[in-house]
Each structure stands twice: as structure tokens, then as C-alpha cells.
Design a protein. Structure first.
Length: 167
């Protein structure tokens, strides 16, 4: 599909993309991913949450398509729900979306994703950089770098030591 080509929501939803793509206001956007560092960290993060699902009473999803507005769909690297979503493409926000930076990611493009999630109602958006081993927590109140080596959510209370996922 040529860059800038506009398609309808129904056409986007009825088309399979490999890998899955975002949809923003009529345009299909490829996601940056697929390198070793990104894939490895994505797997570790998903595993970290998956093995704690019963303990924390959460549901973890890898690359789930979310309808963040009427004309925007985002595919998060990992997302975490407090309750099992009822829809195949959730229209209710998860409590946490996690994005892992790839070398091709730009700050403006990542901030667009973060803002879409926050506007959708996601409480925490974590952005992880596998190269620098730094992590950032975006909330409606602003951004915080996890300089103490721990990412946190408050409801439910979840703590993720960065040493466990960046090891």
C-alpha cells in the first residue's frame, strides 16, 4: 500500500497485515519492530507479566489491536488488563500499555502512540529502551524515568524491577 493512501476503518479491519499495523485517521502505519533486542525484551516483558497473572489478577496480551478512538487503532507491544476484555478488538482501555523502542523509532512517532493510549484512558504507558536499558512511565500527570530501577502501577499495585526484564 502506498504511503498516504487512505482506506476506511472497515477495510482496515477486514485486511490481514503481517505484521499487524496501526491505523490512524484513514492511514495504515507500519510499526517498527523485529530486531533482536526488541523481540527479546518483548518476550521477557510478556513472560514476566504472564507468570504473575493469577497473583496480580491481570490479563497479559502480546501485540493486541486496540481501538483507541473511532478512527485510530494501535497495536501495543504488550498490554495488561485488570479484567479480561470482552471484545476481540478492545474498545475499553487496558491499565497498562508497554512499548519497546526499535532503532528506527522517532520520539515524535512514539509520543503520538503514548498520547493515543493516554487519551484512550490507559493509566500507565511504559516505554522501554533495550539499548540503554532505560524505562519511562507516562501517565496523565506526566512522564517519569524509572531512575530507581523499578516501574510501578498503583491500581493494582504492580512493581517491575528493571534488572529482571533487562537481564
Amino acid at each position: 500500500m502506498a504511503a498516504g493512501t487512505q482506506i476506511s476503518v472497515s477495510e482496515y479491519l477486514s485486511t490481514s497485515y503481517r505484521p499487524d499495523c496501526d491505523y490512524v485517521d484513514g492511514e495504515v502505519l507500519e510499526r517498527n519492530w523485529g530486531d533482536h533486542d526488541h523481540a527479546r525484551l518483548q518476550g521477557k516483558v510478556c513472560f514476566f507479566f504472564s507468570v504473575r497473572e493469577k497473583q496480580w489478577q491481570i490479563c497479559t496480551y502480546l501485540e493486541l489491536r486496540l481501538r483507541v478512538s473511532l478512527t485510530r487503532f494501535r497495536v501495543s507491544d504488550v498490554c495488561v488488563f485488570a479484567d479480561e476484555p470482552e471484545e476481540q478488538i478492545p474498545t475499553k482501555p487496558p491499565m497498562l500499555c508497554i512499548e519497546i523502542l526499535s532503532p528506527e523509532d522517532t520520539m515524535s512517532r512514539m509520543l503520538d502512540r503514548v498520547n493515543d493510549y493516554l487519551t484512550f484512558g490507559v493509566s500507565h504507558v511504559w516505554v522501554l529502551d533495550p539499548r540503554t536499558k532505560r524505562a519511562y512511565d507516562y501517565t496523565a500527570a506526566g512522564m517519569r524515568e524509572a531512575k530507581d530501577g523499578v516501574l510501578r502501577t498503583d491500581d493494582p499495585q504492580i512493581t517491575v524491577p528493571l534488572a529482571e526484564i533487562f537481564s
